[in-house]
Design a binder for this molecule. Structure first.
Ligand code: SF4
Length: 365
């Protein structure tokens, strides 16, 4: 009997992809499509400070029944993938302040944002390849769909994202791949192009059908965008902030506070941020060491922060009267408010609550 040569089992190398995971259905499906083809996928979620998820729902009592899960984490768990959450809020400022490709309908710099995020993922991919060689990552996937968003997801902008991010043909959009030129993973045979999709436009039926095929019936509603910058009223508040400061800049606290309360600007040099309910009250309390605050002490009422500087006693009384107007004592002749400076020094002030016509609609930011 002749001995046969020892056989070495050559298993094909499992290819690895980084997925941009927003928490919505599209990125979830893109990952699923890749997993179906045997690709190892890990997710990355970028924290910009403008993310809608969790934050406001967690603060507001009226939203207490809404889901407070972090959708990106939840999606990762459903898909069984590792998720890297990366805080890019500092570097992201430049994207918001100076978008090379301009803004969308509001202050949303979607195209620059996508380029920036894919670029960050590309850097991660390069780093991982450098450190881990074949255990690094081979390509990047996103849930982008041609024609779904007016600015960032048009057929003409897709190559811009690939090119300007530096990802080039290592960027694959599994949901729209058949509408786009072949990418490296397809050419190399790591993924089978014939099993990718050709979704396009705003119609979400194909995504729904695919979700059904994958047995996915619980996912975040995609409408409303992934961040506050697409929100008209939020963008207005951000523009007002820049105007009041005479310069376009912001800190993380600024953009967090824009998500909370009623913003009223009686004069260019100051605005009031007045809580609308208990949850916001508690949230704003955390800022009492940074801002002068006003609250009513003779009756239940909101907490208000003064963003800016009051220039006279008249202005202080005006601000106090406005705060009193939003308290339970709004129809009383007099309400006592407590004015507290950031060092904790408190002063009581009796005021007559402002009447509706004393709070100009133009002051509402
Ligand atoms: S909605 Fe916000 S997070 Fe999403 S692409 Fe536009 S700017 Fe970026």
């Amino acid at each position: 009997m002749t001995e046969s040569a020892p056989q070495t089992l050559q298993r094909p190398l499992q290819r690895r992809a980084i997925a941009l995971v927003s928490g919505g259905l599209d990125s979830m499906l893109a990952v699923k499509v890749m997993q179906e083809q045997g690709i190892h996928v890990e997710g990355v979620n970028f924290f910009t400070g403008f993310c809608v998820e969790g934050h406001t729902h967690a603060i507001r009592k009226k939203d207490k029944d809404k889901n407070k899960r972090n959708n990106a984490l939840w999606v990762a768990e459903q898909l069984g993938i590792k998720l890297h959450i990366v805080d890019i809020s500092e570097e992201y400022k430049d994207v918001v302040l100076n978008p090379k490709h301009g803004y969308g309908a509001n202050l949303n710099p979607c195209l620059d944002c996508k380029i920036f995020m894919v670029n960050k993922a590309t850097l991660m991919l390069n780093k991982a390849r450098e450190l881990a060689g074949e255990k690094g990552f081979d390509f990047i996937i996103t849930g982008e769909v041609v024609g779904q968003r007016p600015k960032s997801q048009r057929k003409e902008t897709m190559p811009i994202i690939s090119r300007e991010s530096g990802a080039d043909d290592r960027l694959l959009r599994p949901l729209s791949a058949k509408n786009l030129p072949e990418t490296l993973p397809e050419r190399e045979g790591w993924v089978d192009r014939s099993q990718l999709h050709d979704f396009s436009g705003r119609n979400r039926k194909p995504q729904m059908a695919l979700a059904k095929r994958f047995g996915l019936d619980d996912f975040a509603q995609p409408a409303g965008g992934c961040c506050f910058l697409t929100d008209e009223s939020y963008s207005r508040k951000l523009a007002d902030l820049w105007q009041a400061r005479n310069e376009r800049r912001y800190e993380l606290d600024d953009i967090m506070l824009l998500k909370v309360g009623r913003h009223i600007r009686p004069a260019p040099h100051y605005k009031l941020i007045i809580s609308r309910e208990e949850g916001e009250n508690r949230f704003l309390e955390g800022y009492r060491y940074q801002f002068t605050s006003i609250t009513t002490s003779s009756c239940p009422g909101p907490l208000a922060l003064i963003d800016g500087k009051l220039e006279s006693d008249h202005e202080l009384r005006q601000a106090a009267a406005i705060v009193a107007r939003y308290s339970k004592g709004r129809t009383d002749d007099e309400v006592v408010v407590e004015v507290r400076d950031p060092s904790g020094v408190v002063r009581q002030l009796p005021v007559r609550p402002a009447t509706p016509d004393q709070v100009s609609p133009e002051w509402m930011v």
